[in-house]
Design a protein around this ligand. Structure first.
Ligand SMILES: Cc1ncc(COP(=O)(O)O)c(C=O)c1O
Length: 451
């Protein structure tokens, strides 16, 4: 029998008669069912949406198929290795809030070697990837209307998560080839430091967030210099900022020599607990998406105690246990059996060759465009020769070449950089990239002649 209590819509529909209310309910319910059906049958991925009618999609910052096949091969081995252990059924249970201890131990050992800097097991909290980590930090530690300072340009989906999903108010700060400019940041902070958006303390101890991509930045590919890292930490302490670093490309440096590894020390390591004015202002928000495969939805935070306390005592952690417990269990074996190391060595070599393929063609065929040669990561940020606009170039490329990339203004909170494009070199093999870049350069040269 249909009772009013079982029909949630009825309470909300102000109808003169029960019959009218019931018919409105049924119409609404059928619309809802149609919508659900639509959601269920829609199996397109982000990649499909971005590739319609396109042969070479240079928008996608994702690993190539060759590497994903390798991930598949390694994961089969790891699954057998891990699931044959007597305690394997525990992986199907809720996990500890911070994540599986064995996984965090393996990961901290691995990262300490890779970063050439100690990573503490206790600092690590497992996440479902960097996007989830960012949203969790923004939602738990900040309130809608709070300020978030971001590099201009920045990762456009990070921007969407902060602005649209969390309701934060974004303040773009200029950057150059050495990352965010601390003097500019401080000027912006001085201008706004009198703003008191809410009570500060308890579960919301920071005045504001600074969202950064300090290493192999998306979209520019540059790294925050060591001097600036030190300065950013001082500023964060002075103005009570939480600096959230998207550290998703840090391990994808093309050169593994010690000197460059030290130069790329992550910002988290500059916030030294031994400093007299230390209070814990930096989080490293990292992920396996670019290292092993985005489908894993697995990442980790290194976070100071004040941040860990808030996350680990949240309803999210308490109800769900550790995020992505099962997958992290399999990744434990990937790391302990040396497969992640092997995979990374292959990945770095591939990305280096692919990046060189793009750079060499652009240098030869399009000398009027400007770019900094990336030393790691996924992206090349190309300044177009005047008077070309990124959106026109992308439109012409799609129409005439079936090649696409991002127009630069997408990465800016205020739609700056309309004379740039972002080219991702991660997905295609070098010969495909070279052929695409030759066509791309010819098209730009012809647009220049016509302008
Ligand atoms: C800077 C940055 N952060 C986060 C992500 C997404 O990371 P995840 O897949 O771990 O959510 C990306 C992917 O392009 C990125 O470039």
């Amino acid at each position: 029998m249909l009772t009013i209590r079982s029909v949630p819509y009825l309470g909300r529909i102000l109808a003169p008669s029960l019959a009218e209310a019931a018919s409105k309910y049924l119409a609404a319910a059928s619309w809802d069912r149609r919508r659900m059906l639509h959601t269920r049958v829609n199996e397109k991925t982000l990649f499909d949406y971005m590739s319609q009618g396109i042969d070479v999609n240079l928008k996608m910052g994702t690993p190539p198929e060759t590497l994903l096949r390798r991930s598949n091969e390694y994961m089969k081995k790891a699954a057998l290795h891990r699931l044959e252990k007597p305690d394997a059924p525990c992986l199907f249970q809720y996990g500890p809030e911070a994540g599986d201890l064995r996984f965090r131990q393996e990961l901290s050992h691995f990262l300490s070697q890779e970063y050439m800097d100690p990573v503490q097991v206790d600092d690590i909290i497992v996440t479902a990837g960097a996007t989830q980590g960012l949203a969790m930090l923004a939602n738990l530690l900040f309130s809608p209307g709070d300020l978030v300072f971001v590099e201009d340009p920045t990762y456009f989906i990070g921007l969407q998560a902060l602005r649209q999903d969390c309701g934060l108010h974004c303040v773009p700060v200029p950057m150059d080839e050495n990352g965010i400019i601390p003097e500019e940041l401080e000027q912006y902070l001085k201008e706004r430091s009198s703003i008191k958006p809410r009570e500060i303390g308890g579960r919301k101890p920071f005045w504001s967030m600074l969202y950064l991509i300090p290493t192999f930045h998306n979209p520019t590919g540059v790294c925050l210099s060591a001097t600036r890292c030190r300065r950013v930490v001082q500023i964060a302490r002075k103005y009570n900022l939480l600096v959230v670093c998207d550290d998703v490309y840090n391990l994808l440096a093309f050169s593994q020599d010690e000197e460059s590894a030290l130069q790329r020390k992550r910002l988290f390591a500059y916030d030294d607990p031994g400093d007299p004015d230390y209070s814990g202002n930096v989080v490293s928000n990292a992920s396996f998406s670019k290292l092993f495969g985005p489908g894993l939805r697995l990442g980790w935070l290194e976070a100071p105690l004040c941040v860990r306390n808030v996350i680990l005592s949240s309803g999210l952690a308490f109800s769900g246990g550790g995020l992505n417990h099962f997958t992290s269990g399999l990744m434990t074996s990937i790391i302990s059996e040396g497969l992640l190391q092997k995979h990374l060595t292959e990945a770095r070599a591939m990305y280096k060759v692919q990046c060189e393929a793009v750079c060499s063609v652009l240098q030869e065929k399009l000398p009027s465009a400007m770019f900094t040669i990336p030393e790691g990561g996924y992206f090349l940020w190309l300044k177009l020769p005047k008077p070309l606009k990124g959106s026109d170039v992308v439109q012409q490329c799609e129409k005439n070449l079936k090649i696409t990339c991002f127009a630069g203004d997408i990465a800016s909170p205020e739609a700056n950089f309309d004379d740039y494009v972002r080219i991702s070199f991660s997905y295609y093999e070098a010969d495909v990239l070279k052929a695409a870049m030759v066509k791309f350069s010819d098209l730009i040269n012809s647009m220049l002649h016509e302008s």
